[in-house]
Design a protein around this ligand. Structure first.
Ligand code: NDP
Length: 286
């Protein structure tokens, strides 16, 4: 099989470049600079890297970014107070609270308090509901990025059998709704699914989001299938990143596959940036 490797880094760079051009125009013609506020509570090293990467992406595209780095001892009420201020600030178009939050903070209360029109992560129930009934809103960045990867790689989605492995609120469920919107025939699987390899083998498109290193082996995949690997796992022996898919053995059977790293991962920030631009445009008309 002539396997094509989907280059998420390249596609995410293209999206960011398109946004950079559109942003320069928005600033010069309308005097509006998209602005993303990122809130980090505590000192989790991985979260610090994610926040820094979001700031860097903003700088590269020409957005204003505001980073609020709060101590781990911050209370739920203090966090809500800051979000209230950002909700009311007309210059701010996107508000993102970096997860995970320290355990004493009421995460649900915090996320639900973000103004849905600035919820660029797409986690607010209003945005999830909008996706469900086909209305305009913000879509969770990782699944939105996967749709872009498929479309920009020329993969046809309409009428295809798609099996999604995993049903989390941030990946599996919104992914299913997006694939349905693109007219795929969608099956969502999870840890209680019977005969997972048999179900996956029916699929033209397999999207794996389970968080288990190399769990999806060649027996799960039909010859010629498209395989999207969302998983980010650390290989205990080598310390290297790997996906949920056993890449070496699965890739030769696929028509298209995403690598880890360099596949889905870079798309998440690119789509966050796109949501922030879209928010700036929507707020202009508000
Ligand atoms: P969750 O842990 O929230 O959900 C995992 C899902 O996988 C659950 O629905 C679970 O089923 C299902 N599952 C677990 N084990 C199996 C199994 N053996 N067979 C079938 N289904 C199984 O994970 P997330 O959705 O948050 O993340 C999944 C992966 O994607 C992780 O590796 C994460 O790091 C990565 N990720 C990557 C992103 C990126 O930017 N590339 C962004 C977000 C996540 P059940 O519901 O029955 O428990």
């Amino acid at each position: 099989m002539d396997t094509k490797i989907i280059d998420g880094k390249l596609i995410s760079d293209q999206i960011k470049e398109e946004l950079r051009e559109k942003t320069a125009k928005l600033i010069s013609e309308k005097g509006v600079t998209p602005c993303l506020a990122v809130i980090l509570v505590g000192e989790d090293p991985a979260s610090q890297v994610y926040v820094r990467n979001k700031e860097k992406a903003c700088e590269k595209i020409g957005y204003k970014s505001m980073a609020y780095k709060l101590p781990a001892s911050t209370s739920t009420d203090e966090l809500l107070e800051l979000i209230d201020k950002l909700n009311k600030d007309k210059e701010v178009h996107g508000i993102l609270v970096q997860l995970p939050l320290p355990s004493h903070i009421d995460e649900k209360k915090v996320l639900n308090f973000i103004d849905p029109s600035k919820d660029v992560d797409g986690f607010h129930p209003m945005n999830v509901g909008a996706l469900c009934i086909g209305e305009e809103g913000f879509v969770s960045c990782t699944p939105a990025g996967i749709i872009e990867l498929l479309k920009r790689s020329g993969v046809e989605i309409a009428g295809k059998e798609c099996v999604i492995i995993g049903r989390s609120n941030i990946v599996g469920k919104p992914m299913a709704l997006l694939m349905l919107r693109e007219n795929a025939t969608v099956t969502v699987t999870h840890s209680k699914t019977k005969d997972l390899p048999g179900v996956c083998k029916r699929a033209d498109i397999v999207i794996a989001a389970i968080g288990k290193a190399k769990a999806i082996t060649a027996d799960y995949i039909k010859e010629g299938a498209v395989v999207i690997d969302v998983g980010i796992n650390r290989n205990e022996e080598t310390g290297k990143l790997c996906g949920d898919v056993d890449y070496e053995n699965v890739a030769p059977k696929c028509s298209y596959i995403t690598p880890v790293p360099g596949g889905v991962g870079p798309m998440t920030i690119a789509m966050l940036m796109k949501n922030c631009y879209d928010s700036a445009i929507r707020h202009m008309g508000a």
